[in-house]
Ligand binder design. Structure first.
Ligand SMILES: [Zn+2]
Length: 284
């Protein structure tokens, strides 16, 4: 039996958004009650609209790389790193005030968010946490992506990626029992990545305006463009797991299942969540 949590104190993080290039400040605030979930509040807009970080608010079909939530035409881009931290650090309920349409990309990893949320500390509510569990497998396939989930009494993720690129052919990694310590050391620091030939195309679509070698690993056929060496030999697949965790948390409650994801990506991850929830049952 685990109690629901929020953070203990308010803490802010600021920087520029990856796609918009706009400066933004997020303020993490304790949620006032249990069963509140994770809610983003656009403090820059009139009446400060609230967008719940839940799969049914996910926006599809946008020419974007991140996970976008939208409600009544109010959008927040690239929420996945914050969601990943909330899941991994066991934060059930949280207010995320944001003065822009996208949180800061920071160094392209989830490290700063994870550190800020850890520093804010955890406060428990007197209400039990609920989990989503399975009694039968869920298999999701779309294009080159395959994500399967099997009944399990803990969360375990096996993830693999492959590209026909000399620097990133195949990487796979399995994780389970994601403690706060494990997340901070092994996943949170893995940076987002892209291939150098993609940059022009992204920027011509108005994306990645805030992108730089400070906040993304840029891969060329001969190596990486960044001065900072890779943080892990298998950094790319670690980042994919980081992102997947964030997208899985759009289920609205933590998931206990054994998940196998081959070539995950944000939009397919959310579609998988939708399929998962059709078979999931709630457990306390
Ligand atoms: Zn990411």
């Amino acid at each position: 039996m685990i109690k629901q949590t929020t953070i203990n104190s308010e803490i802010s993080v600021e920087g520029i958004g990856l796609h918009t290039g706009n400066k933004s400040i997020v303020v993490f605030k304790p949620a006032p009650f249990a069963n509140h979930g994770i809610k983003f509040i656009r403090t820059d807009l009139k009446n400060k609209p609230v967008v719940e970080a839940i799969w049914s608010n996910a926006a599809f079909g946008l020419a974007v790389r991140g996970t976008v939530i939208e409600k009544d035409e109010v959008r927040i881009h690239t929420i996945e790193h914050i969601m990943s931290c909330a899941f991994a650090l066991g934060i059930d309920n949280l207010i995320v005030d944001i003065n822009n349409s996208e949180p800061p990309i920071l160094d392209g990893s989830a490290r700063h968010f994870a550190e800020a949320l850890s520093e804010a500390g955890i406060k428990e509510f007197d209400i039990l946490r609920e989990f989503y569990i399975l009694n039968e497998p869920v298999i999701f396939e779309a294009g080159k992506t395959k994500i399967s989930a099997f009944p399990s009494n803990e969360l375990a993720i096996e993830c693999s990626i492959s590209f026909s690129h000399p620097q990133v052919k195949f990487q796979s990694k399995s994780i389970k029992n994601i403690s706060q310590d494990f997340y901070l050391k092994e996943l949170a620091c893995a940076k987002t990545f892209c291939f150098d030939y993609e940059i022009e195309a992204l920027q011509s679509k108005g994306l990645a305006r805030g992108g730089s070698l400070e906040n993304a690993i840029v891969i060329s056929p001969n190596g990486i463009h960044n001065k900072e060496p890779l943080r892990y030999e298998d950094e790319f697949v670690r980042h994919k797991i980081l992102d997947l965790l964030g997208d899985l948390y759009l289920a609205g409650k933590p998931i206990k299942a054994r998940i196998s994801a081959d070539k995950p990506g944000h939009q397919n991850n959310i579609r998988f969540v939708k399929e998962f929830l059709k078979k999931a049952i709630v457990e306390k």
